[in-house]
Structures are given as structure tokens and as C-alpha cells.
Design a protein around this ligand. Structure first.
Ligand SMILES: N[C@@H](CCC(=O)N[C@@H](CS)C(=O)NCC(=O)O)C(=O)O
Length: 341
């Protein structure tokens, strides 16, 4: 009896040991053996994920994928991007067609549980809004009773839209179109009075796709919380940890003033936190199961969170979105990373 308990104890200790050594899980093993990361992104949303005429992808979602690649491979370019519609995206992740989904995807309870996924953070705090043609003369979403509304299926957008109109005792006629370029074409052709999606998507659509951006206004009401973030399948905690801490590292680097421009200088810093973040004091890489220079590689090749934001959706981009809720917590925003220690 005693022997049996002891044996069980040994097995338990061995299991704890295995978890503690951060043994690579099956998804991370697959990524490493393949030599690249397959990242599911949008089919084309300016500032988030869009391919140019040469097939080169850019955007804040694309950069999150590139940062994970830098953490795993020391090279931000070991990524294959797979465009997905809102409706296809979860099947693509469940089936293993993609390793990681970074696609303006809202963190919700059902997606994080019943669908079999883990959200690893928020790379953009958003909320749902409405865009209309100015000639409609509408100033508030409360004036939209009876409107025809263009919306994409398989989204939180569709659900919030129904809730909002019901709560405000208004009716609407949905025009549900899966492909983003078709929903945009329908809206700009006047087939619907309103286009509704995440506010960032409205800014992107107006800046990059409207025949005449000045003809359109985004109404002041933001009707939901849309925390958008990277998603992985259940089953490989180490891979999830790497994705989670990659974004945290970018946020932490911004807080400590580490940028793609000064990261080499920062290697000489006396600040113990900066030394730990950049792997000058080793330990963090080992704990995560990646190279000690993981944060150096992310920041050097992709930049910190603020750089990534400004370049893709902020003042350095056609979208010109203010940091707002996406400012660091030290600046009155919501972006906050737990300590790297
Ligand atoms: N955040 C919402 C909406 C996501 C969504 O699909 N947004 C549109 C905004 S334009 C989009 O990204 N479409 C791009 C595409 O279909 O490729 C969700 O997770 O359900």
C-alpha cells in the first residue's frame, strides 16, 4: 500500500518536473519542425492585415504574427499568412490549417471555452460602430429605425446589431454578406443605409476603400466591447504562453522605453528590469522555452507595441486612429502587461 502511494508520488513529481521544464507541446513542435508559423489573418483590412500587389502582408495583426515568429525562430519573416473570412476563421484554427489566428477577433466567453480556444491577450481594444453616407442626414444611431444594414456573418457584429436595435425598440433590415469586398461594394453602391462593424474596421474601410471618404461619417455611438486578440487552440500551453508573452513583451518594452531604434543601446542599460527583458540577465527565455534574446529579436525586427500601433493604425498610417483605450495604462489607457520576471 505504502509502496503504491510512493510510486504514485514519484509519477506526480515527474509530471510536475516535465511541466516545469517547459517541454514543447504538439503545436509548437509542429511549427518548429515545419520551420514556419502559419497565421490566420483577415482577407484584407487596411492597418490590420492586408497584402500589397507583391503579396507582402502588413498590419497590426500581421505584426503580432511576425513578433511570435521572432520569438520562436529569431526571425520575424518565418510566417505564412492565410486569409480567412469571419465565417471560416474558427474552422481554420480548429482543423489545424492555421497555428494561430490574429484576425480582428473579439474575445468572448463562448469562443474561449466551447469552441476550444484560448485568447492570449488583446492587441487592439475596439467597439462596434455605424457608418452612413452623409447625405442621409443622420447624426445618431438612435435615428436608424427601419434602416437597411450591411453586416458580415459569423461575427459578434451581427449579434450586437440585433441586441442594440431590440433594446432601443427599433427595427432594421439586415443585408448579410460574407466577403468583405462585397459588403463594402454593397454599402458604397447604396444597397444599404448603414455599414456596421468594429470601429477600427469602419475607419479602415473609409480610409482605404471608400470612393470618396469625405462622403461618409461614423456615428458617435459605440455599442459594444470588442477586445481583439490572438487566439490558439486548446492543447498546447507552451505555445499559448509564447504567444501571450510576445504581446506582453511588446507592451512592456514600450513602458520601459525600449524601441526598435534604441534596442542595441538598451543592451548596455543598468536597469535590472531592462536587463531581464532583453535577456542580458538570462532566465526569462529559458522559462518560456525560447532563446534568451527573444525580446531583443521581437523589438529589433517588429518594434514595441506603440511602434506597431503608430505604424499600422496610428498617426503614421492612413487610418490616423488615436491611441485612446490602446494607450499604456501609465497614459490612461488599458494596455497593461504583467511583469517579466
Ligand atoms: N470583431 C468581430 C468582427 C470581426 C470581423 O470580421 N470584422 C470585419 C471588419 S471589416 C473584418 O475583419 N473583415 C475582414 C474579412 O472578412 O476579411 C468578431 O470577432 O466577430
Amino acid at each position: 500500500m505504502l509502496k503504491k502511494y510512493m510510486a504514485a508520488g514519484v509519477v506526480a513529481a515527474a509530471l510536475v518536473g516535465a511541466a516545469g521544464t517547459a517541454h514543447a507541446g504538439k503545436d509548437l513542435d509542429t511549427v518548429k519542425a515545419r520551420g514556419n508559423l502559419i497565421c490566420g489573418v483577415s482577407t484584407g483590412v487596411a492597418g490590420f492585415a492586408a497584402a500589397d500587389s507583391q503579396g507582402k502582408w502588413s498590419g497590426i495583426d500581421v505584426d503580432v504574427c511576425r513578433a511570435v515568429s521572432a520569438a520562436i525562430f529569431g526571425d520575424a519573416d518565418k510566417v505564412k499568412f492565410v486569409p480567412t473570412t469571419a465565417q471560416q476563421r474558427f474552422t481554420a484554427l480548429q482543423s489545424g490549417e492555421v497555428d494561430l489566428l490574429v484576425r480582428t477577433t473579439t474575445w468572448t466567453l463562448t469562443r474561449d471555452t466551447a469552441l476550444g480556444f484560448d485568447f492570449t491577450g488583446v492587441n487592439y481594444y475596439d467597439g462596434q460602430g455605424f457608418m452612413v453616407n452623409k447625405k442621409l442626414g443622420v447624426k445618431s444611431a438612435k435615428e436608424l429605425n427601419g434602416a437597411t444594414v450591411c453586416v458580415q456573418p459569423g461575427t459578434t457584429t451581427e449579434l450586437n446589431l440585433a441586441d442594440y436595435f431590440r433594446a432601443n425598440k427599433m427595427t432594421f433590415k439586415p443585408v448579410v454578406i460574407e466577403k468583405v469586398e462585397e459588403v463594402r461594394a454593397a454599402f458604397f453602391a447604396g444597397r444599404c443605409d448603414v455599414f456596421t462593424t468594429d470601429a477600427s474596421g469602419l475607419y479602415a474601410t473609409r480610409a482605404a476603400n471608400a470612393p470618396n471618404p469625405d462622403d461618409y461619417i461614423i456615428l458617435p455611438e459605440i455599442i459594444s466591447k470588442e477586445p481583439l486578440g490572438p487566439v490558439v487552440r486548446h492543447g498546447d500551453n507552451q505555445f499559448a504562453d509564447i504567444v501571450r508573452w510576445t504581446l506582453f513583451a511588446q507592451i512592456e518594452a514600450e513602458e520601459y522605453g525600449i524601441t526598435s531604434k534604441n534596442v542595441d543601446e538598451m543592451l548596455k542599460s543598468d536597469n535590472p528590469t531592462i536587463k531581464r527583458i532583453l535577456g542580458v540577465t538570462p532566465g526569462m527565455g529559458k522559462a518560456l522555452g525560447v532563446d534568451e534574446k527573444w525580446v531583443y529579436n521581437i523589438i529589433k525586427q517588429v518594434g514595441n507595441y506603440g511602434e506597431m500601433f503608430e505604424r499600422n493604425v496610428g498617426m503614421g498610417s492612413p487610418l490616423k486612429i488615436a491611441r485612446g483605450q490602446n494607450a499604456l495604462w501609465t497614459q490612461g489607457g488599458l494596455q497593461y502587461a504583467p511583469p517579466i520576471r
